[in-house]
Design a binder for this molecule. Structure first.
Ligand SMILES: Cc1cc2nc3c(=O)[nH]c(=O)nc-3n(C[C@H](O)[C@H](O)[C@H](O)COP(=O)(O)OP(=O)(O)OC[C@H]3O[C@@H](n4cnc5c(N)ncnc54)[C@H](O)[C@@H]3O)c2cc1C
Length: 464
């Protein structure tokens, strides 16, 4: 929606954050108009606050003037959450990027929302501590974006997702009040769990201006084992075997044959042609335990049909094994100009059925599909690839997406494990949630944001 911003609003925003931190010119607005999806919606204005007080003043003004506001972190979301589809103001948190405290004895860190995930991981690791949430976008994503999306990643099977590491939050409400939820302790049952409410709220309920994050001692050692398989079914069926052996790996990642071909062709990893699937399994803990578990992993992989099983012996070999997985997102772009990436999830024992269903769906709609993901969590990224200019192919791909969601739901899972709903999945929300559930969520939204100015057009099909 085009909206000419009144001069008075621009003047007041300049008073709040300083002239240098309000962007009004077209060219400089564009980087704030898209995320990893690549669809551009230009904001009318971008504002870059530095403090909580500035965020509160911006929200008060926006609420008074009924101006849409979209909070932005690293801008690498996959469902358009940070994109201002109704125009208005983008509130970028990039200047709120301080790590305020790392507390070793009490195992927490206090950070502003614009700290990059990777930066925090490095800072705490330098102190012998560990922040486990590890979305594959960790080099670009911000902590605020991770909390708003409740980001997961390969390590979720053992360590859980972002919400399991959020002890406390400072939040600016859509009407400009500053509230605090939780605190510095793991145990805290005073009042409603507002921390839980904000985690995964996709920037609809408030703007996170500070987070207190739980840390762990850094595991002494890690080991990764890689195995190739002759079928995807065999590779996925192997996953529950680890639990049966009373072993919880730190990560179990799977890639299908098209993923393997793509990274092999792009980066010459030398993976043999007969590989139809690849599993990467990481274990961590104290040194002796890790050696024992890595041997167990090797055995389970071989007994489950794995071949060319490799165990990293050095940090360099470890990096090389993971490089195959990291190269994947870019490498599969060769299969089409449009990638419909859907992060469905099922109970992990149902992954083989999900993969079978997805391959049947792809065949029926004559759409190329690439599957990979966090097998340990039952979270598979189903990527339907096509030529974005071919309208008929895009239509078929979207039908295939709908059927994939239906299959995930039938198998006891759901339509998004990590990327959230944003605007891309809003049309499918009713497939996953009942009417009373959606209405309850909307009531919470209306209570906090009576004018529906914060991130309009997202999650629900209508803003009422
Ligand atoms: C290559 C690639 C790999 C990925 N891998 C993973 C993965 O393994 N696991 C995973 O979970 N996701 C993954 N993602 C998706 C994405 O990176 C995550 O959702 C990430 O958390 C987004 O962080 P961000 O800082 O870029 O958020 P943005 O995209 O900037 O914003 C995301 C949402 O958060 C809101 N938001 C941002 N900051 C705030 C704030 N301070 N207060 C309130 N709301 C806010 C925005 O309004 C928006 O709705 C991947 C994406 C890419 C491109």
């Amino acid at each position: 929606m085009e909206r000419a911003i009144e001069k008075e609003i621009i003047t007041r925003l300049c008073e709040i954050v300083g002239e240098d931190h309000v962007i009004t010119e077209g060219e400089r607005l564009a980087p704030y108009g898209q995320d990893a999806l690549g669809e551009l919606f230009l904001p009318d204005l971008v504002v870059l606050p530095r403090t909580t007080e500035e965020v509160a003043a911006i929200m008060k003004l926006a609420n008074e003037k009924l101006l849409p506001v979209t909070a932005r972190g690293g801008g690498v979301g996959y469902t358009g959450g940070a994109v201002p589809i109704k125009g208005g103001l983008v509130l970028s948190t990039e200047r709120m990027n301080r790590i305020k405290e790392i507390n070793f004895d009490d195992l927490y860190a206090v950070v502003e929302p614009g700290v990059r995930t990777y930066e925090l991981q490095c800072a705490v690791e330098a102190r012998g501590l560990f922040y486990p949430p590890d979305p594959a976008s960790f080099r670009e994503s911000f902590i605020g974006g991770n909390i708003a999306e409740n980001a997961g990643g390969p390590r979720s099977i053992k360590y859980g997702v972002t919400k399991h590491y959020v002890l406390g939050l400072e939040i600016v409400t859509p009407t400009g009040e500053v509230i605090r939820a939780g605190g510095r302790t793991t145990k805290n049952v005073v009042g409603f769990d507002l921390v839980g409410l904000i985690c995964g709220s996709e920037g609809l309920l408030g703007i996170i201006t500070e987070a207190i994050l739980r840390l762990l001692p850094l595991p002494e050692a890690r080991r990764t084992v890689r195995a190739l398989f002759r079928t995807m079914r065999e590779a996925c069926a192997c996953v529950p075997q680890f639990v049966r052996a009373a072993l919880v790996p730190a990560a179990i990642e799977v890639m299908d044959r098209h993923s393997i071909r793509a990274v092999n062709d792009a980066f010459s990893f030398g993976i043999p042609d007969e590989a139809e699937a690849l599993l990467l399994v990481e274990v961590d803990g104290n040194r002796d335990e890790v050696e024992r578990e890595a041997r167990m992993v090797e055995r389970i992989l071989r007994e489950s049909g794995g071949f060319d099983v490799r165990r990293a012996e050095t940090a360099e070999e470890e990096r090389e094994l993971w490089e195959v997985r990291r190269a994947l997102s870019d490498a599969i772009k060769r299969y089409g100009t449009l990638k419909l990436n859907n992060d469905v999830v099922v109970p992990r024992s149902r992954i083989p059925e999900l993969i079978e269903r997805v391959e049947q769906i792809a065949q029926r709609y004559e759409i190329f599909v690439v599957n990979f993901g966090h097998a340990g969590d039952g979270n598979i990224h189903v990527n339907f690839m096509c030529d974005g200019d071919d309208r008929e192919a895009v239509r078929r791909a979207r039908e295939a997406v709908r059927e994939t969601f239906a299959a995930a739901l039938e198998l006891g899972g759901t339509i998004s494990a990590e990327h959230g709903i944003g605007y891309t999945k809003a049309p499918y929300l009713r497939m996953a949630l009942s009417e009373p559930t959606i209405e309850t969520m909307k009531r919470i939204k209306r209570a906090l944001d009576p004018n529906w100015i914060l991130n309009p057009g997202k999650m629900f099909s209508d803003d009422r």
